[in-house]
Design a protein around this ligand. Structure first.
Ligand code: URA
Length: 424
């Protein structure tokens, strides 16, 4: 068996065997296959796809490339969540404590931001002292006390994904349904999840640009789940415009605290209620409607917020010290009309220029900077009205880029719903 024959087979659109996939993945992880050969293989998969059987086999090989966690001591109500990544996506910060307050265990392993997507771990580290690395014993005791923790991903889980994802990022091979499905599901299954809610983002600011592809990805992940006796619910959500108000790190924590106290942008509220209800319904084996009632009342009575405060305290963070720049100014509209769209991708780029994100995993980030939307799609704007508050650090941006990310119409536009479909 050799890499060139396997690459050629995939290039010709032929089906490859379990042993051939294992040969590629395992030899890439141990360094015997070079980046250039793996890149060619990944590109062939992007172009020609994989059969369902190949996707299951690839997922299985990825899972077994590292450690597999076992949370069976948590009985049956452990629920995980995942998002395919979006701009201003701070949902984990709200969902973990809110869902835990409803009686469901949530051990959330999260990552750092890279490229245009932010990372939950970076957001949490804007809270002074917050510790994102916990031992297995610390996780166990925190779950027993408050049912939730948010920690950085365990380096020993799915090492194949770590290496392959970094290569995909720089070779134009991220946007492939077989590769995305196996990447996400291998991490979730190796992380010990038995019930998962996945937020599949659709739109300009997302990996899946249209609903048809998002549906395909959702069904693929649900089918992988069935093979492992893992129940998966996929929520397809719109990602044309940034989610909520904030794009940045410290300011996204602030927006999450507001949300746990009942103050939300409409799109963020609808997404949180749908994802939280899906998680609670899975965890407690109750209907979505029953779950929604508990979720809404735990926002109103602040039970979710109280769990958030305990989570921050237990993980050594100081809730009164969130890094948010006090050097701010507002960008004002030079046009008037209804806002029909706000380009999420462009604003993520502006926020990154301010220093909120990194181009390489070794870059330092500025937790205090970012953009706060003062207007959302559907709002009417007069010339001179403030559109965005900029939280400045040491780096400058061009305000034109912010202004150009807003599209205006004369008539009230139709605003697409945030939730497109729920698939079980
Ligand atoms: N998120 C992942 O974890 N993997 C992918 O391939 C894409 C999004």
């Amino acid at each position: 068996m050799n890499a060139i024959d396997i690459i050629n087979k995939k290039r010709l659109g032929l089906t490859i065997t379990f042993d051939e996939i294992a040969y590629m993945i395992n030899n890439y992880v141990n360094g015997s296959i070079e980046d250039y050969q793996m890149s060619a293989f990944l590109m062939a998969v992007c172009i020609n796809g994989m059969t369902d059987e190949e996707i299951f086999e690839l997922t299985d090989i990825m899972i077994n490339s590292g450690e597999v966690l076992d949370f069976s001591y948590l009985k049956d109500n452990l629920v995980d969540k995942h998002s395919t990544g979006g701009v201003g996506d701070k949902t984990t910060l709200v969902l973990a404590p809110l869902v835990a307050s409803c009686g469901v265990d949530v051990v959330k392993m999260s990552g750092r931001g890279l490229g245009f997507t932010g990372g939950t771990i970076d957001k949490l580290e804007s809270i002074k002292g917050f510790k994102t690395s916990l031992t297995k014993e610390e996780i166990k005791s925190q779950i027993e006390e408050i049912r939730t923790c948010i920690v950085s991903g365990n380096d020993k889980l799915v090492p194949a994904d770590k290496k392959i994802y970094a290569l995909r990022d720089v070779t134009g091979t991220v946007e492939s349904i077989p590769l995305i499905a196996s990447s996400i599901m291998s991490k979730k299954i190796a992380g010990g999840a038995k019930k998962i809610v996945i937020d599949v983002k659709v739109g300009k600011g997302a990996l899946m640009k249209n609903k048809e592809d998002a549906l395909k990805l959702a069904h693929t992940m649900i089918e992988i789940g069935k093979k492992y006796n893992v129940k998966v619910i996929c929520v397809l959500s719109n990602m044309q415009s940034p989610l909520g108000y904030a794009i940045g790190n410290g300011i996204e924590v602030k927006e999450s605290i507001d949300a746990l106290n009942g103050i939300f942008a409409k799109d963020f509220y609808e997404l949180i209620i749908t994802l939280a209800s899906s998680m609670v319904s899975l965890g407690l084996s109750i209907t979505l409607e029953e779950a929604k009632k508990i979720v809404c009342s735990n926002i109103e009575n602040k039970k979710g917020y109280n769990v958030f405060l305990k989570l921050v305290e237990k993980q050594h963070g100081n809730i009164n010290m969130i890094d948010i720049s006090d050097n701010t100014y507002e960008v004002k509209s030079v046009k008037e009309g209804y806002i029909s769209k706000i380009d999420a991708y462009t604003l993520a780029g502006v926020s990154n220029q301010l220093g909120s994100g990194r181009k390489s995993i070794h870059d330092n980030i500025d937790y205090g900077v970012g953009l706060w939307l003062l207007k959302k799609p559907g709002d009417y704007v007069n010339k001179g009205d403030s559109l965005v508050r900029v939280y400045l650090g040491s780096k400058k941006i061009n305000d034109e880029d912010i202004l150009n990310s807003f599209t205006f119409t004369k008539e009230m536009p139709t605003i697409e719903p945030i939730i497109l479909e729920i698939i079980k």
